[in-house]
Design a protein around this ligand. Structure first.
Ligand code: UD1
Ligand code: CA
Length: 449
């Protein structure tokens, strides 16, 4: 039976204290590429075919539970009230285990780079007859990790925690990545047989290997790269994991048809969507929720989040798109322009030093340099509507709520406080006065002193 035909439960452990993060935020909710580590792990096990999702959290971790439910609505939450070890944590999800599964995957919420194919390789080992499949890696510095103990035939017989290992066992660099796959038929009896007879007096998940081997069940391991299995205990490791995630996302984007001149300076989010023939110049940051269509050019030093950009538009340099910015095809958003919760119509131009907030800007509109939508009075936000083809002169203040009709002109420097009819010219500024010869008089006056 291939893994796809087998029913799989994934148990994600997140009850660790995460003290070394030195944070008020639970470790599992720290983000990598704009998505919590927990959400990365839930996505990977789901893509590896897990139908059941069980999350084990520490006491009073409603925040983690809520995040899990928003990342995966059907995740079941279990509380491990005392932190007595990884096997004890898995057994906190006993009610889920009891429902009967072919495969049980165990993952750690602080190991966010493991991809679905690695979880699937472990499931395949179960499908091939193993009762326990562990994940090993060659550690550059094995200190602190559990060691895989492999017999002369290459079979996995035990996993020994560093503190409990002999000098000879410590000599191997083949280490335990932590996560594991257990056959559903044996999982509960193997887990309940674990005792805390070790240096830390903890219930070790790793002891199920020796337990299964003693019963004559097949135990095996698969290998992953050290990069993929790296865990996060502090913020230095968080940054290391972020760097790997960014490299992966950049490569994926380039392979899918984006050009990056200096990819190492472009920062993406896990959910960034890029079309084909998108050009991204150096130093561009994509926050969460950005969708970019084909043939868009994003010039250097732009910052985008929660924005959608249609085909052929150009952004930047130094453009800022905030949540709710919706840029239509072929629009131009130029330097030092900030757009928030506004739609910019097809072919419209907002080229220099402008703030457009809570506005709808029609197709073909020209917004002059220095134009500001005054959308906030300190209490509420108000909308500005600018009809198709209107021309807003430079340095205008559009005091919302206000509507500018299609095709209208706004004279430069206007403060627009009332609606403007379609096709009209609105001037909201003091008329210019001229005093002939004034300058000469002034200079003479000054020269006397
Ligand atoms: C574990 C493995 C070790 C492996 C290492 C890889 C065991 C016994 N050891 O050790 O072989 O080399 O990972 O990083 O499994 N957790 C709970 N409740 C607990 C204890 C742990 O939820 O009572 C969770 C933690 O939040 C964490 C994960 O389990 O996500 C691993 O726990 P941790 O204490 O970091 O295990 P290690 O000692 O690193
Ligand atoms: Ca650890």
């Amino acid at each position: 039976m291939p893994p796809s035909a087998r029913r799989c439960l994934a148990i994600v452990l997140a009850a660790g204290e995460g003290t070394r993060m030195r944070s008020n935020r639970p470790k599992a909710l720290h983000e990598v590429a704009g998505r919590s580590m927990l959400a990365h792990v839930l996505a990977a096990v789901t893509q590896a075919g897990a139908e059941g999702l069980a999350l084990v959290v520490g006491p009073d971790r409603d925040d983690v539970a809520a995040a899990a439910r928003s990342a995966a609505t059907d995740a079941e939450i279990f509380v491990q009230s005392q932190r007595l070890g990884t096997a004890h944590a898995v057994l906190a999800a006993r009610a889920a285990l009891d429902r009967g599964w072919d495969d049980v995957l165990i993952a750690f919420a602080d190991t966010p780079l493991i991809g679905p194919s690695t979880f699937l390789a472990l499931r395949q080992a179960l499908a091939d007859g193993a009762a326990v499949a562990a994940l090993g890696f060659e550690a550059a510095r094995p200190d602190g990790y559990g060691r895989l103990i492999v017999d002369g035939q290459g079979a996995l017989t035990a996993i020994r925690e560093h503190r409990d290992a002999s000098e000879a066992e410590r000599a191997t660099r083949l280490c335990n990545a932590g996560l594991m796959a257990l056959s559903g038929a044996h999982a509960l009896s193997l887990l309940t047989a674990v005792t805390p007879a070790n240096a830390q007096k903890e219930y070790y998940l790793t002891d199920v290997v020796a337990g299964a081997h003693a019963r004559g069940l097949a135990t095996t391991y698969r290998l992953a790269s050290e990069e993929e299995v790296q865990g996060v205990n502090d913020r230095v490791q968080l940054a290391a994991v972020e760097a790997v995630a960014q490299t992966r996302l950049r490569e994926k984007a380039m392979r899918a048809g984006a050009t990056m001149i200096a990819p190492e300076t472009v920062f993406l989010s896990a959910d960034t969507e890029l079309g084909c023939d998108v050009t991204i110049e150096p130093h561009v940051v994509f926050g969460r929720g950005v969708r970019i269509a084909d043939n868009v050019v994003i010039r250097a030093y732009s910052h985008l989040e929660g924005a959608s950009v249609a085909a052929g538009a150009t952004l930047g340099p130094f453009a800022r798109l905030r949540p709710g910015a919706d840029i239509a095809a072929r629009a131009h958003i130029g330097n030092f322009v900030e757009i928030k919760a506004s739609s910019i119509g097809a072919g419209a131009k907002v080229n220099h030093l402008a703030y457009i907030g809570d506005a709808s800007v029609g197709a073909g509109v020209n917004i002059g340099a220095g134009t500001i939508t005054c959308n906030y009075d300190g209490y509420s936000k108000y909308r500005t509507e600018i009809g198709e083809g209107a021309f807003v002169g430079t340095n205008s203040s559009l005091v919302a709520p206000v509507k500018i009709g299609a095709g209208a002109y706004i004279g430069s420097g206007s403060v627009v406080t009332e609606d403007v009819s379609p096709g009209a010219l609105a001037l909201g500024r003091a008329r210019q006065v001229e005093k002939i010869g004034w300058a000469e008089e002034f200079r003479k006056e000054k020269a006397k002193k």
